[in-house]
Design a protein around this ligand. Structure first.
Ligand code: NDP
Length: 443
């Protein structure tokens, strides 16, 4: 019987239909067992019971008209999870798989991630089950305007500042920002990920992928390793994956495979990023087209098969639960030394267990992909100051933040007697910062 089982049981009873959320909460509660041993007063403040319950959950109808004149109805979500250390902050995801469980799990993770960045941001997340794939620009615009018409009632530069996530890039942020401005007659930093001429930050596009590599580099160096000449796999080929590929390559790695939701490409000469960017960022094409352009590359259907490719380093950058226990064992047997998450919760609990019990360095997403939200925080700062920093300035700040996060999670893990357990390090360091703020602010 663990000390926090009674909280776990209450969360399960209250959220029985939310498996992803329960998975995320269980992991954090397991990490906190050693914390309540040292700080039993945390139990009497009720802070753990409070932190696992969102401050507010908003669900709404989003109706819009498609190009054929047919009325379509989607569901919108915003979960404002915790505002103890700053305005709610977290992305919006547009994908058919989006439901309340997924938004709650992402919002919960966001609390600790944002705390780790050292910037004053609370945790939130939102989105819709709308599928942007195959829609025209006009349809995307009408959907975004309808979505923002309702969301605008709940957000604001000092209240809740959403950003992009899967399916929400610069185009969608633009349409939503335009609608917010019309509704409020106000030009403010209410969203991040904006275009560069209207309040966006340089290096935001690159930030999550670059930040992932900065943290991974710090973790490798701390263990007398580097990216140099390391065969690397990157799942996904979206925003995070593309810029992770760029920075990993710049740091000396050879990225030999990338994927999308249909399959993966293997390129023994190293992924040609110009081709990949053209296919994914410009044409929005399937990754399979890569092999028609780059000779020597091969395509395999089934995205999970990417983990069968022999590698030194794996960077899962697609989506939740994309790397399971079997894939983890394959990576281990193939000699993989490090796994760092660009996506949110891409490794299942079974996979994490395999890595941690076999000394594979493993960095959890709430630490290793925090570069995106950290740079969103820097975008908010620039908006408040009414000025903008150069790419180099933002990139330097991002690198410093990622190195600080690594130092923080590593030191915390040591302090609690679980050296190199970066899951525990990240959960505990993030939790303590938010919990202490909540306790100071009263019930
Ligand atoms: P994008 O929409 O730009 O790209 C997502 C990529 O993942 C695409 O290649 C997509 O393939 C693939 N994908 C989606 N669903 C699946 C699936 N079920 N199985 C396999 N592959 C899939 O999203 P981002 O790159 O922005 O986000 C990726 C991950 O990183 C998410 O978990 C997100 O929450 C996380 N993240 C993103 C941040 C950011 O700044 N963008 C910040 C922190 C975390 P396809 O094109 O076929 O759909």
């Amino acid at each position: 019987m663990k000390k926090l089982d009674y909280i776990k049981d209450a969360v399960i009873a209250r959220n029985a239909n939310d498996p992803e959320f329960l998975q995320a909460v269980e992991e954090v509660l397991d990490s906190l067992e050693i914390v309540v041993e040292k700080r039993p007063e945390l139990l009497t403040t009720g802070v753990i019971e409070r932190i696992v319950e969102p401050e507010r959950q908003i669900m709404f109808r989003v109706s819009w008209v498609d190009d054929k004149g047919v009325v379509q109805v989607n569901r919108g979500f915003r979960v404002q999870f915790n505002s103890a250390i700053g305005p709610y902050k977290g992305g919006l995801r547009f994908h058919p798989s989006v439901n309340l469980s997924i938004v709650k799990f992402l919002g919960f993770e966001q609390i600790f991630k944002n705390a780790l960045t050292t910037l004053p941001m609370g945790g939130g997340k939102g989105g819709s089950d709308f599928d942007p794939k195959g829609k025209t620009d006009g349809e995307i615009m009408r959907f975004c305007q309808s979505f923002m018409t309702e969301l605008s009632r709940h957000i604001g530069q000092f209240t809740d500042v959403p950003a992009g996530d899967i399916g929400v890039g610069g185009r969608e942020i633009g349409y939503m920002f335009g609608q917010y401005k019309k509704l409020r007659n106000e030009f403010s930093g209410v969203l991040t990920g904006k275009g560069l001429t209207w309040g966006g930050s340089l290096a935001r596009t690159e930030a999550t992928g670059y930040g992932l590599c900065y943290l991974t580099d710090a973790m490798l160096k701390d263990h007398n390793e580097t990216f140099m000449n390391k065969t690397t796999l990157i799942s996904g080929s979206g925003n995070v994956a593309i810029y992770a590929c760029q920075k990993a390559t710049a740091l000396g790695a050879k990225v030999v495979a990338m994927s999308d939701s249909q399959g993966f490409v293997y390129d023994p000469n190293g992924i040609n990023l110009d081709v990949m960017k053209e296919l994914k960022e410009v044409k929005r094409a399937r990754i399979s087209e890569y092999v028609t352009i780059v000779s020597g590359a091969t395509y395999t259907a089934g995205c999970a098969n990417i983990w069968n490719v022999k590698c030194d380093i794996a960077l899962p950058c697609a989506t939740q639960n994309e790397l399971d226990g079997t894939a983890a064992k394959t990576l281990l047997n193939n000699g993989c030394i490090a796994v760092a998450e660009g996506a949110n919760m891409p490794c299942t609990p079974e996979a994490i267990e395999v890595f941690q019990t076999n000394n594979v360095l493993y960095a959890p997403g709430k630490a290793s992909n925090a570069g995106g939200v950290a740079t969103s925080g820097l975008e908010m700062t620039q908006n408040s100051m009414r000025m903008s920093w150069s790419f180099e300035e933002v990139d330097a700040k991002l690198k410093e933040i990622m190195e600080t996060i690594y130092a923080d999670i590593s030191t915390t893990a040591k302090e609690f007697g679980v050296e190199d357990n970066f899951v525990a390090g990240a959960n505990i360091a993030g939790f303590l910062k938010v919990a202490d703020a909540m306790i100071s602010q009263g019930i």
